[in-house]
Design a protein around this ligand. Structure first.
Ligand code: BG6
Length: 453
């Protein structure tokens, strides 16, 4: 048997807007994602919205019972900022506080350790955007409120979920709100988020641990050509190291600072009020393969689940990310490469040796179907098994990995993919909201109980 270290956390993750629903209920304010889906329905697969999502706002008790059945020792959720502070700052919404009080009490009573993310992309509409330095101040108000109200029950905090991915899509690919292509604004927003992360860390006085969940994709050169090798190094600096060094070392990588300076992308100050990180959350789905500077920029994400729809990323004058023709892929054309997760964890251990790591997200989107009351998601069991083995290999090589959170507890609103792309241990019926545990749920309960494969 492949055993994991004792105390290893067996978890599943979700995000508020992807599961809660109750979008306009009980005093919740609107978020930029609520507005984006309303204003640009054609950008979302089948014009889906997060209005009802999985109705977790009303079904949280049942959902905690499912978590127990799946054997979770920890659950990663996010707080809806506009549910707690409808205007982004100022007067808190008592009903929002009550909701999270009930949920956290329920988790603690069920013996499930909460891992709470403050910001999982649902910026209150009233705040506008992360370009505005006032948003950093508002975020600190939100963080302080969350710490004051909930720190007695929260074991782990993530200040942000995937700052890199939300900025990349908000300010480069134009796929997420505010759907702009403005590289200067992208760098500015990333700095505001990194400042907000450090400042929130310094505000925290509770008993829990504070980390951040970053999206990390190892980036390999697509060929032996030195130009492609350089492209891979640059892409890694821009997409991975910029954020990693900012949170773990409290400063940005010098060569990327220089590259941004040359292109006139730097904000007036890059000052980071460095505060130590208790753990690094790693969200890993796939690696990238890079080639040298394309002539034109173009971006596309497969959001239909049709295998012939390729994902494309090319940033003129910088690098392009291409698919490895040999690689296995999901229906949404995401590369499946568990070995790259071992590589990634080993690299983190080499670069930031003191930093404990948790895999805060990993999973596979499948077009799961309910047939005769059951969902046989064998490919998910295989995917998770291979990634757990990859984590185990890294642990054997000395990496300090403390837990694994499968994305996701339940099928949910998958952003521009709508609801067809299903990630959950629980199948959610879109009409009745009925939850059905998939085959993977039962399998994972066994893994968690044995603390190994
Ligand atoms: C991560 C996010 O990027 O990947 C999740 O933190 C997200 O919120 C998950 O749902 C899967 O991505 P997608 O776009 O397929 O839903």
């Amino acid at each position: 048997m492949t055993s994991f270290p004792s105390g290893f956390l067996w978890g599943a993750a979700t995000a508020a807007i992807q599961i809660e629903g109750a979008a306009d209920l009980d005093g919740k304010g609107r978020s930029v994602w609520d507005d984006f889906c309303r204003d640009h329905p054609d950008r979302i697969f089948e014009q889906a919205t997060p209005e009802v999502a999985c109705d977790h706002y009303h079904r949280w008790e049942e959902d905690i019972r499912w978590m127990q059945q799946i054997g979770l020792s920890s659950y990663r959720l996010s707080l809806s900022w506009p549910r707690l502070l409808p205007q982004g700052r100022g007067r808190p919404n008592p009903k929002g506080i009550e909701f999270y009080d009930r949920l956290l009490d329920g988790l603690v009573a069920a013996g499930i350790k909460p891992n709470v993310t403050l910001y999982h992309w649902d910026l209150p509409s009233a705040l506008g955007s992360w370009e505005d330095p006032d948003t950093v101040e508002a975020y600190l108000e939100f963080a302080l409120l969350a710490f004051q109200k909930f720190a007695d029950r929260v074991d782990y905090w993530c200040t942000f979920n995937e700052p890199g991915w939300t900025i990349l899509n908000g300010y480069v690919t134009e796929l997420h709100p505010p759907a702009k292509h403005d590289l200067r604004a992208a760098v500015q927003c990333s700095h505001h988020m990194m400042r907000a992360h450090h400042l929130a860390r310094s505000l925290y006085r509770g008993p829990g641990k504070v980390g951040i969940a970053v999206n990390l994709s190892p980036i390999f050169p697509a060929t032996d050509d030195p130009a492609d090798q350089q492209a891979a190094t640059t892409a890694d600096g821009v997409l991975n190291r910029w954020f990693l060094d900012a949170v773990a070392r409290g400063k940005y990588p010098e060569e990327i600072v220089k590259a941004y300076e040359k292109r006139g992308l730097l904000p007036a100050s890059l000052d980071l009020p460095a505060a130590p990180l208790d753990f690094l959350g790693v969200n890993y789905y796939y690696p990238h393969h890079a080639v040298a500077s394309p002539a034109e920029s173009f971006f596309h994400l497969n959001n239909s689940g049709k295998k012939d729809e390729a994902c494309k990323f090319a940033l003129a004058g910088c690098f392009a990310l291409v698919a490895d023709p040999q690689a296995e892929k999901t229906d949404w054309n995401w590369t499946i490469d568990p070995g790259a997760l071992t590589t990634l964890l080993e690299r983190l251990h080499a670069d930031y040796p003191e930093l404990p790591v948790m895999v805060t997200e990993n999973g596979i989107g499948l077009p799961d179907q309910l047939i005769d009351g059951a969902v046989d998601d064998g490919p998910r069991i295989e995917f998770v098994t291979r990634h757990l083995r990859a984590i185990h290999a890294a642990i054997e090589h000395g990496c300090d990995v403390r837990g694994y959170y499968m994305w996701s507890l339940m099928d949910n609103f998958s952003w521009i993919n709508g609801y067809k792309k299903r990630y959950g241990f629980l199948y959610v019926d879109r009409h009745t909201q009925e939850r059905t545990p998939k085959k993977s749920a039962e399998w994972f309960a066994g893994v968690a109980a044995r603390n190994g494969l």
